[in-house]
Ligand binder design. Structure first.
Ligand code: OOB
Length: 579
């Protein structure tokens, strides 16, 4: 099942589009067969597990392209995506991604080549996603607010042959950065830019050419890497997460089941399109699989989203906790606009119970908590769970074969209801990060459990509560910051001797970041440090929200920076604070 024909030559005969296409005449295109690339390396599941996952029907050896295919055939003219004034049907989405796929084949892109993609929440994100899947080109989808540093780090790891980006992003308004990427990564040959620009081919032009002949597309094999997800990270360089067709497709199907998505689902996608939550939990891919409609919002800004909900009768939305708080604040004058909303999913970061109750009271819709991770495991409160569990817990694993262990610092299981570190393995949780042999030794146990770094408690009904974390990460309203990455950048400043980044509580964001800095220049101002970090090309959300000067940093008995103590310093009114 890893092959199928492009749809444009087989469009439904009596359609308007069909007539228009025939009148226009198809362009002749034939697939270019070049020498084969090797599959992308990844840590596979051991054979006994793979066998079990197939036996139980989790892995169906079918490419992710099928997520779109079924509805593009069974209900071609149903609206798949609403994006501004554009209404794109299932057939159109499939056909446009066919055209782009063909166009990329003509550029000699081959199965198991890689691509770096950075697009905002627009239709093209999905056209590109499916086009690449169809021809087996394996993408990293960077989040739209990522900057030079993040894009460079991804490019260094995957060595992309293709870059697809948007001229809406500051990095791609001129050709300078794309040129620098090309110079740095010699295998990068093709740059396609969405939106007007004077330095690269236009992405839209690559979707314009119709094809006459049916082409056999060849996605990567179903048990191989389909694309990379991004890890929130806890190390100096962001890690990439290889996701296979089999594992990701299962997580989509199962999520659709649990969240009861159907062809009546009208889903507002207001979180970044590339994030695992909005992509697959059940996310946009879940909607496509179920045959519903996705309404795209550029971001979760409340009033715009309320208007979209009203105008398009949206019934499901996925949000991170800070967005929920902002929506609650903005709601009083707009209640009538959100009447169609039936389900609000909340996840990505700690969600206060009091706010959960407010959602039930003021939005009058169902609430579902989602505790997931790009590495795999997704927990959902179930739609028929008692209200008490829904507001107080982050749900339970979605698959009966998700194995979880809650352990102490010696990796011994804790008693029922006690707090411990969450370990997990299962049919859609990776067994290793991409090209990270050293890090994988500690991120995974010898028996293949992923160490999530989350501290949880299991309630008597099986649901989990996330109560903290042991990983060196700050969760800034769902956006993850690997402290080591920022500390390393700070240490590159010639006047900074020591640096440590810790989380500080924040009413709206849940957490913000505070950098403790030991400097040999007492006049060093935060504004200068921020400028320095920006100049290094780091995403804005990773810039420390606060800085504190210190003469020295407290150490633990074994000589590591004592972050627990630092966090205590952030609680009472600090005297040395300078931002
Ligand atoms: C989602 O994925 P990531 O990869 O951005 O972040 C995963 C981490 C988890 O390990 C946990 O630390 C935190 O984010 N997290 C939550 C949470 N959901 C995720 N912490 C507390 N409560 C929650 N509900 O964030 C993600 C992926 C798929 C679905 C939903 C979220």
């Amino acid at each position: 099942m890893d092959k199928y024909s492009s749809s444009e030559a087989t469009i439904p005969k009596n359609s308007k589009e069909s007539a228009a296409l025939e009148k226009a005449g198809y362009a002749e295109v034939s697939s270019v067969v070049g020498s084969e690339n090797k599959p992308i390396e990844f840590t596979p599941w051991p054979e006994v597990f793979a066998e079990r996952y197939r036996e139980k029907g989790y892995w169906i050896d079918c490419p992710l392209t099928q997520v779109l295919k079924e509805n593009s055939v069974s209900q071609p003219y149903a609206t798949a995506i609403v994006c501004g004034n554009r209404h794109v049907s299932y057939w159109e989405l499939d056909a446009l991604s066919d055209r782009l796929a063909n166009s990329l084949l003509r550029r000699q892109l081959k199965k198991y080549d890689t691509a770096l993609v950075q697009l905002p929440n627009v239709v093209e994100f999905y056209i590109v996603f499916f086009a690449l899947l169809k021809i087996g080109v394996v993408p990293v989808n960077a989040i739209f607010n990522h900057q030079r540093l993040e894009l460079n780090a991804y490019a260094a790891q995957i060595k992309p042959k293709l870059l697809i980006a948007s001229s809406q992003h500051n990095l791609f308004q001129s050709g300078e950065f794309a040129e620098a990427l090309k110079n740095q990564h010699e295998q990068l040959k093709h740059v396609l830019i969405l939106g007007s620009n004077d330095y690269a081919e236009n992405l839209s032009d690559c979707m314009a050419l119709k094809q006459k002949k049916s082409i056999d597309f060849q996605p990567t094999e179903p048990d191989q890497v389909a694309f990379f997800q991004l890890s929130g990270g806890s190390t100096g360089t962001p890690k990439l997460i290889p996701r296979t067709h089999n594992d990701y497709f299962y997580s989509i199907r199962r999520s659709v089941d649990i969240c009861r998505f159907t062809d009546k689902t009208r889903y507002l996608c207001a979180l970044p399109a590339a994030h695992n939550f909005s992509l697959s939990s059940p996310g946009v891919l879940g909607v496509f699989y179920a045959g519903g409609t996705v309404v795209l919002a550029p971001d979760p800004e409340a009033i715009n989203c309320f208007n979209l909900i009203e105008n398009h009768q949206v019934n499901v939305v996925a949000l991170v906790p800070p967005a929920v708080s902002l929506w609650l604040k903005a709601l009083p004058n707009h209640v009538r606009k959100i009447r169609s909303l039936k389900l609000m999913q909340v996840g990505g970061a700690n969600f206060a119970q009091a706010v959960a109750f407010d959602v039930l009271k003021h939005f009058g819709c169902q609430l579902q908590q989602v505790f997931g991770m790009a590495e795999g495991l997704v927990n959902y409160t179930r739609l028929n769970d008692p209200e008490g569990s829904i507001v107080a817990s982050q749900g339970r694993p979605m698959c009966p074969d998700d194995e979880i262990k809650i352990v102490d610092e010696n990796f011994e299981p804790v008693d029922c209801g006690e707090t411990g570190m969450l370990l997990t393995r299962g049919p859609y949780t990776i067994r290793g990060y991409y090209q990270s042999a050293e890090h994988n030794k500690t991120a995974f146990t010898r028996t293949g459990f992923y160490c999530t770094g989350d501290l949880v408690q299991q309630m008597s009904d099986g649901n989990l509560q996330v109560v903290g974390r042991v990983k060196d990460q700050i969760n800034r309203g769902g956006e993850k910051i690997a402290t080591e990455e920022i500390e390393n950048l700070l240490l590159q400043h010639e006047e900074i001797v020591h640096a440590a980044l810790v989380a500080i509580p924040d009413e709206v964001m849940g957490e913000k970041s505070c950098a403790f800095v030991v400097t040999n220049n007492q006049n060093l101002r935060p504004i200068k440090i921020r400028q320095f970090l920006r100049a290094q090309g780091v995403a804005e959300y990773k810039l420390p929200d606060k800085f504190q000067l210190a003469t020295h940093l407290p150490l633990t008995p074994i000589g590591k920076i004592d972050k627990k103590k630092l966090r205590e310093f952030t609680q009472p009114q600090p005297t040395t604070q300078f931002a």
